[in-house]
Design a protein around this ligand. Sequence first.
Ligand SMILES: [Fe+2]
Ligand SMILES: [Fe+2]
Length: 251
Amino acid sequence: MQNEKVIYDDGDHKCIVFSFDNEETEESFLAVNQYLIIQNKSAILIDPGSQSSYDEVFDGVSRYTDIDNLKYIFYSHQDPDVAGSIANWSVSCGARQIVPKLWMRFMSHYGLMNFNRILALEDKGAKIHFGEDYLHFIPAHFLHSPGNFSLYDSRSKILFSGDIGASITSVYGAKNQNVNFDEIKENMEGFHKRYMAGNKFCKAWVKKAREHDVQIMAPQHGSLLSGEEYEKFLSWFENLKCGGDLIDEIY
Ligand SMILES: [Fe+2]
Ligand SMILES: [Fe+2]
């Protein structure tokens, strides 16, 4: 079942989350959030998701804007729950597809044949104009993928954090906003400890995140965090021992 919610709207600029849950496979299903930013006649789709959710995401986007207004599609990293639908989107719209440069050559394995509209992000990231404002692609390498970015929208002040801050649960972003960090910490811990590469990277990302005025952190899985709860997450994440820090537990 698809759920959606407008999480920012000032009249000209809007951010929407689309989420899916699956009541039949609730135990094994990982809820995924897809995000859309629209400013007048420009739109960017963030982490559009797997091939199996393509039709529903396409319908969702179409309800808010003409598909021709889709200027960009951003893939924070190469995972199937992020980029599995890249070939579908490349034929159904004229959007430029923004991917970490590290993953470009792998995209043909998702069936992508046309690389003319790919915008490859260098390691340090990029800032692009979006209407009157800008979108800032912030390095999030090794969190968890070796080539990985978060996206900051300067107008809504939303930080689209990808898998950082993901809570592994069947609860989805359109339903659950402004939760207590302490309540969802348990659902984050296992995932972050195993999938994130090490504390050095967590610290580097938190430093970058703190350079921005963030009202909401919107991860690819689970609940959104804002205000004090977001601050609590940053403090937890910058001190988290994970990945290589825990090597003796898995070798
Ligand atoms: Fe991932
Ligand atoms: Fe993910």
